[in-house]
Design a protein around this ligand. Sequence first.
Ligand SMILES: NC(=O)c1ccc[n+]([C@@H]2O[C@H](COP(=O)([O-])OP(=O)(O)OC[C@H]3O[C@@H](n4cnc5c(N)ncnc54)[C@H](O)[C@@H]3O)[C@@H](O)[C@H]2O)c1
Ligand SMILES: O=c1ccn([C@@H]2O[C@H](COP(=O)(O)OP(=O)(O)O[C@H]3O[C@H](CO)[C@@H](O)[C@H](O)[C@H]3O)[C@@H](O)[C@H]2O)c(=O)[nH]1
Length: 448
Amino acid sequence: MKVTVFGIGYVGLVQAAVLASVGHDVMCVDIDEQKIDNLKKGIIPIYEPGLTPLVEETYQNGLLNFTTDAAKGVSHGTIQFIAVGTPPDEDGSADLKYVLAVAETIATYMTDEKIVIDKSTVPVGTADKVAAKIAEVLAKRKQSIPYDVVSNPEFLKEGAAVSDCMKPDRIVVGTENEKSRVAMRELYAPFNRNHDRMIFMDVRSAELTKYAANCMLATKISFMNEMSNLAELLGADIEAVRHGIGSDSRIGYQFIYPGCGYGGSCFPKDVQALVRTANEINYKPALLEAVESVNYAQKQKLFTHLSNHFKGDLAGKTIAIWGLSFKPQTDDMREASSIVLMKALWQAGAIVQAYDPEAMEECQRIFNDNDNLALMGTKESALKGADALVVCTEWSQFRAPDFDLIGNALTTKVIVDGRNLYDPQLLNERGFAYYAIGRGDSVKKVNA
Ligand SMILES: NC(=O)c1ccc[n+]([C@@H]2O[C@H](COP(=O)([O-])OP(=O)(O)OC[C@H]3O[C@@H](n4cnc5c(N)ncnc54)[C@H](O)[C@@H]3O)[C@@H](O)[C@H]2O)c1
Ligand SMILES: O=c1ccn([C@@H]2O[C@H](COP(=O)(O)OP(=O)(O)O[C@H]3O[C@H](CO)[C@@H](O)[C@H](O)[C@H]3O)[C@@H](O)[C@H]2O)c(=O)[nH]1
């Protein structure tokens, strides 16, 4: 099928390459000329496992193409995906200006029937707004061309985006139009062979399904973070508790890892956006507000551990940080806990020596002129002369480090672990002050 994708970010590029890989003829449109030029040269703008060979292969065989020419993009596909960003507005609600700009573009150039698919995460009612925008522009053009707006939210995780798209748990489609339904079945047929993953529903329910999924996952995380705070105060170990509750199949092991707060481009903004949606209809979403505030507090924890250890005096101290991205297997630092920590450390007069396997360039881009940040080439060099090590992201290369080397490189043997990677007993035996998340036992021993 002929498909156009507007917005070549994490979602658009992965979706486009995956659709091209099964034989669809895909045109990618972005307003970022540099990005499009680079993609044509084979330079992939993001780190995502498996994406580079997929883009190379599909671009070379002609099924994946890139352009900044919106008119060309609109004329290409019967199916027009909108996969642009929906960042938080000043009040936290989803800003729809990019989505509506694409709707306007499609309506401006369309000359034949289109199925417009909203893949961006958008509040309930957005499909109606997109349809209204297209109608408005077509009316100005004095054209009557049929179109339908479908909601088809994306559930991929960064770091596993290609495999999530290739083997989705489900493909949610919101439409009440039979023609669109048939087209969506045909589009996704290659991903739907061994069992039916397609879940059809009305448009508004599909739009809400996306927020409900992210808010449910964020709730699980904040719940565990709240339990971890209780565990710390009660002298219990949240890791034992995690195993204890995860073994109940009604609860399950996924998304119950306590840590230094959830980040990324989705959970923080989507929880916030649903809170705003609720406020607009005079509903107080007490649970979602609590999910947000627990997460805000959790992101301060790493700094609090450091500050308590150094008795509030962090001025002139050097802190090594392992992991800058909001999760492993990505270079994305949007809403990363590392940013909250670094800003607090700088405010307290400390210096940061940081290392991340993939997010160094991104960190450089965000904090390019900060004299109190040294980006180091290896995890070992980040330790040299530092007063403490903080682990912010659980990259696998941080899971089993050489603790003798760490102990020798640091001026004081202090580890703050935002991901509970290490054995508190072992680190205490080796003379480290070890602070983790919700591990009352290790905190008690250190303080004894
Ligand atoms: N990142 C994720 O893991 C993820 C997963 C599921 C859903 N989502 C949702 O998908 C949407 C896109 O997220 P993302 O992370 O891919 O965003 P992104 O910021 O990585 O990419 C958005 C792209 O859209 C382009 N763009 C903006 N206006 C445009 C226009 N008028 N025409 C063409 N291109 C335009 C930008 O230049 C940019 O390249 C958001 O609504 C997000 O919430 C994201
Ligand atoms: O048990 C857990 C699991 C995750 N996290 C944190 O939660 C954040 C988000 O992680 P994850 O969900 O793996 O990454 P995202 O790429 O943000 O993916 C989420 O957001 C996407 C955008 O909407 C959705 O498509 C995905 O389904 C949804 O998982 C990260 O900071 C993780 O460290 C935890 O703290 N504990």
